[in-house]
Design a protein around this ligand. Structure first.
Ligand SMILES: Cc1cc2nc3c(=O)[nH]c(=O)nc-3n(C[C@H](O)[C@H](O)[C@H](O)COP(=O)(O)OP(=O)(O)OC[C@H]3O[C@@H](n4cnc5c(N)ncnc54)[C@H](O)[C@@H]3O)c2cc1C
Length: 406
């Protein structure tokens, strides 16, 4: 198996394939390049994926603030991932894999093998190729048309006055009072790093087209100034932009995995813990397919792609796409009340929804429970979106297999 792309999904795939006893190699453009993104995840997700210790810091006091006077503690521990530790843990599981530095540019498909060509003219043969090159995927299908993007502008900085309560992480502060022009909704995502440094980031959860980063930077500075906590020393900057609704991968000679396979949660943007948890499904799908005597490379790719996107996860994905369309259309007051109701749901519901761990039926039940819990005007706005395209298409995709008994 040749995995192309050395991000979190690619390394997770390599480690899981090695664990499953497969002969696996990694091809990535720069194997030594550090992962510079600020990756966060729930502690229980990392533990369930088998990586509980790969954190810089965990906060037991994780909060959301949906308006000035509406702050709640979530009672679920949130972590900042230590990227170097996660990489080391994945390399340790991978063992002695072959790592090649190279930029994949094309893929050739033969009966019993797939050949990846690199920019320098190198040819790399494998029985199966996993495309973990992120978005847009280098070897797989790309989307036409406008995508919804999550964008964020953040920084690590010191402050004379704490920007959020000391010792806490703030998943979402939706207070829009500091902004003259309140629309579209954006929120502060922040963590006390515990050594005099803080991470603060203004985030637009989803917008089609993307909300520009300069708008987010201006909002972040405005928000911090309004609470009397402008940054004292700015130590590093994070600029974040990634698509929330790329297409599910089409069947082809490469098996997409990670962001390349549209595995980023369409309604939250989370993905790292999901990729860690799902990598063994990919590896087991590959192992089973490769064990069949005389199986073609196309059949292996097809079976492994089905293991990444089985019907139940496709239905769940369709429900999340409905959720995304709803979020894209709510204004600031409606977004605040929407998340107020969301985080008041029973913890098992919102935990499962955010972590992608519940069945389609349970996800559907959570969404209906939320709809019921919303204030009437917000509920009307949600229904208005859901009965129209494109949400209606996604709802039908989620429900029709159940209605037809499949
Ligand atoms: C700034 C930022 C912050 C984020 N924060 C979070 C977070 O807190 N929590 C969370 O769960 N998710 C987060 N995400 C979303 C998501 O988890 C990340 O985008 C994640 O990096 C996706 O992992 P991946 O391995 O699929 O793709 P990538 O991380 O994009 O990795 C792709 C890899 O493929 C390599 N590559 C690309 N093209 C080629 C080629 N032609 N040939 C060979 N190699 C190639 C790249 O060099 C890279 O190593 C964040 C995203 C961004 C951009």
């Amino acid at each position: 198996v040749l995995v192309v792309g050395g991000g979190p999904a690619g390394l997770a795939a390599v480690a899981a394939c090695a664990d499953a006893g497969l002969d696996v190699g990694l091809l990535t453009d720069d194997p030594e390049a550090p992962w510079t993104q600020t990756y966060g995840a729930w502690h229980d997700e990392l533990a369930a994926a088998g990586f509980p210790g790969v954190t810089v810091r965990c906060w037991t006091d994780t909060r959301v603030r949906t308006a000035v006077d509406a702050e709640r503690s979530l009672g679920r521990a949130y972590c900042l991932i230590d990227n170097d530790r996660l990489r080391s843990a994945l390399w340790a599981r991978a063992g002695a894999v072959t790592v090649t530095a190279g930029r994949a540019v094309a893929l050739e498909h033969h009966r019993d093998r797939v050949v990846v060509t690199t920019m320098d003219g190198g040819r790399h043969l494998a029985r199966a190729v996993v495309d973990a090159t992120g978005q847009p995927p280098v070897l797989g299908s790309r989307r036409r048309g406008a995508l919804a993007y999550q964008t964020a502008y953040g920084m690590v900085a010191t402050f004379d006055r704490p920007p959020i309560a000391a010792g806490t992480a703030c998943l979402m502060d939706l207070d829009a009072a500091p902004f003259a022009d309140r629309e579209p909704p954006t929120f502060l995502y922040a963590m006390d790093l515990g050594d005099g440094r803080w991470f603060v980031e203004e985030t637009c959860l989803a917008r089609r087209p993307a909300l520009p980063l300069h708008v987010l930077e201006a909002r972040l500075r405005r928000r911090l100034a309004a609470r009397g906590a402008p940054p004292q020393r700015e130590l590093s900057v994070e600029r974040c932009a990634f698509p929330m609704d790329p297409p599910l991968p089409a069947r082809g000679p490469a098996i997409a995995f990670g962001a390349a396979a549209a595995m980023v949660h369409p309604a939250t943007g989370y993905h790292v813990a999901i990729a860690l948890r799902r990598a063994p499904d990919l590896a087991n799908g590959l192992r089973r397919a490769l064990a069949s005597p005389g199986v073609s490379a196309a059949a292996v790719a097809s079976a492994a792609s089905d293991a990444v996107w089985p019907p139940a996860l496709r239905r769940q994905h369709a429900l999340y796409r409905v959720g995304l369309e709803v979020l894209l259309r709510l204004d600031v007051p409606a977004t605040q009340r929407f998340f107020d109701a969301f985080f008041a749901l029973p913890p098992a519901d919102w935990h499962g929804y955010l972590s992608r761990t519940t069945s389609p039926a349970r996800t559907q039940a959570t969404m209906l429970r939320l709809l019921w819990a919303l204030p009437p005007d917000v509920r009307r706005a949600v229904v208005h979106t859901v009965v129209r395209q494109p949400a209606r298409h996604w709802l039908a995709t989620a429900l029709l297999p159940q209605l037809s008994g499949r």
